[in-house]
Design a protein around this ligand. Structure first.
Ligand code: ADP
Ligand code: ADP
Ligand code: MG
Length: 504
């Protein structure tokens, strides 16, 4: 087993990985940028190395500096987390050349799956159902028009190198094709450095259902059931759950076996996720494979009892998978809300600043994966995901009620977050009924709903001011002073924003 592992990441995921390492008695090494000098992940590690300027390109994405820190620290392996270098095949190769184990799949699998048309071709050859589409980059407007007509509108233009929901555009008729193609190419070039665009049939009102797999170096591949990720905004997940209301044991079996077949076709090793589109007709189609630990991996951990990060580490150390397919029986229900530093009352605009005050939810069935502490700076340099709130319940209803309760307890002052939005979703009749698809937010979250959240923010600001005042007045008191209504009750009911911003 490894003695020391470097984590080439920051924020909540770096801390998640460190916790697994500590439980395995492996030392952890953090890397950090100038902006992250006092970041929480730096405090949590056994050792930490400054690797460069605040811009990711000069620190977390700088392969040479990351490898250099690993070598200096004497680490045996590198865990890339998600984002940054996690899906960079060149980085995986460089690790190997430097004598370091890359905790992730083989570079060949990263390469194939990172190219969406190559992945589709491989899956077609393996007999995996794939969304109808055209598997070559579109050479011209004319080519795009003729492919669109043969697939039938609506169609979806997608960047071959895409990821993170970027480089995608729905096209509904001939006249929209030229402008949409130009815009998508531009976006793909700036996000992925490639102008290659291909086309898929746009499936209307689908669900996003994905399967977690684990594969070791000795030929065993198991799946750990599904995650429902249909609550999305701009093709990016906001809420995930496991299991999915749309998946019964028979469908779980079929999707699971298909995911295992996909992994075998790719000669996959380590943890991976096979994403599917589940149509309203009950048919599922391969969307893409993510060759890394997923943001939403905790919901699978909560219902299966498998620690995916530890499994990744064991697999990379050459150990046999300890689990058999038959051992995996999902139990209960888990939901995750992604807490972003964004203002849901104002078009999900990024919200930056200092975390002035923080209270994390606690209690039965609650798991907080957080990258922030009081005093943390949230900047525009990095992904706005500041934490994930995960709950477990014996069934979906208990999980939903628990998530509502935990969101009520959650207080972040100083920046706005998506927590109030999640609270709104938890009460929404369509979400509660389970009858929703990827269009839920577009259809249900109107500007009036956003305005109402804005009102809550304003009320919360008043409460934050009261709390901050009381904290200053009674710094050493054990319990808050009693008034007609407990301040904690109010604090728990609303997202607090800082009095500093002065907008009462
Ligand atoms: P998940 O599929 O695990 O839900 P996301 O799509 O939300 O993950 O992506 C996780 C992180 O990785 C985000 O920070 C996202 O911006 C980043 N990311 C994903 N794919 C890419 C990519 N191809 N290039 C750059 N960043 C990416
Ligand atoms: P990324 O690499 O950015 O995660 P995906 O191919 O996984 O891109 O797609 C992201 C999301 O976009 C999906 O979860 C789904 O909501 C939507 N989507 C992608 N392809 C289609 C499609 N052909 N039809 C309908 N929705 C799609
Ligand atoms: Mg995806």
């Amino acid at each position: 087993m490894f003695r020391k592992v470097l984590i080439a990441n920051r924020g909540e995921i770096a801390i998640r990985i460190m916790r697994a390492l500590r439980e395995m008695d492996i030392r952890s090494v953090a890397v950090f940028s100038e902006a992250d000098r006092s970041a929480h992940h730096v405090h949590m590690a056994d050792e930490a190395y400054l690797i460069g300027a605040s811009e990711s390109s000069k620190s977390y994405l700088d392969v040479e500096r990351v490898i250099d820190a690993a070598t200096k620290s004497g680490a045996d392996a590198i865990h890339p987390g998600y984002g940054f270098l996690a899906e960079n095949a060149g980085f995986a190769r460089t690790c190997k050349e430097a004598g370091l184990v890359f905790i992730g799949p083989p570079p060949e699998a990263i390469e194939t799956m990172g190219n969406k048309t190559a992945a589709r071709k491989m899956m077609l050859a393996a007999g995996v159902p794939v969304i109808p589409g055209y598997d070559e980059p579109l050479a011209s407007e004319e080519a795009a028009l003729s492919v669109a007509r043969s697939l039938g509108y609506p169609v979806l233009l997608k960047a071959v190198a895409g990821g993170g929901g970027k480089g995608m555009r729905v096209v509904r008729e001939d006249s929209e094709v030229p402008a949409a193609l130009r815009a998508t190419r531009g976006e793909a070039l700036s996000a992925f450095g490639s102008t290659e665009i291909y086309m898929e049939k746009y499936i209307t009102e689908p669900r996003h259902v994905e399967i977690q797999i684990l594969a070791d170096h000795h030929g065993r591949v198991v799946h750990l059931g599904e995650r429902e990720c249909s609550i999305q905004r701009r093709y990016q997940k906001l809420i995930e759950e496991s299991p999915s209301v749309a998946v019964d044991p028979d469908l779980r079996n079929r999707m699971g076996q298909t995911a295992v077949r996909a992994a075998q076709a790719a000669r996959y090793c380590n943890a991976g996720t096979v994403e599917f589109i589940l149509g309203a007709d009950g048919n599922f189609h391969f969307l893409e494979m993510n060759t890394r630990l997923q943001v939403e991996h905790p919901v699978t951990e909560m219902v299966t009892g498998v620690d995916l990060v530890k499994e990744q580490i064991r697999i990379s150390a050459g150990e046999h998978l300890s689990i058999h397919q038959g051992d995996i029986q999902p139990r209960g229900w888990s939901i995750e809300c992604r807490i972003y530093a964004e203002d849901p009352a104002n078009g999900f605009m990024p919200s930056i600043g200092t975390v002035e005050w923080l209270r994390n939810p606690e209690g039965p069935g609650v798991r907080v994966e957080s990258g922030i502490i009081p005093g943390s700076e949230v900047s525009l340099y990095y992904d706005p995901l500041i934490s994930k709130l995960v709950v477990w319940g014996k069934d979906r209803e208990e999980a939903l009620n628990r998530m509502s309760r935990a969101l009520d307890e959650y207080v972040v002052a100083g920046i706005r977050t998506t927590a109030p939005f999640h609270r709104w979703v938890m009460d929404h009749p369509r979400f509660r009924s389970g009858d929703f698809h990827t269009g839920f937010i577009d259809e249900c979250y109107s500007s009036e709903e956003a305005l109402a959240l804005g009102e809550e923010f304003r009320e919360a600001a008043v409460i934050a001011a009261v709390l901050a005042y009381r904290d200053n007045q009674y710094p050493k008191r054990e319990a808050p002073p009693r008034g007609p209504v407990s301040g904690w009750k109010f604090a728990g009911r609303y997202q607090i924003r800082s009095q500093r911003t002065g907008r009462l």
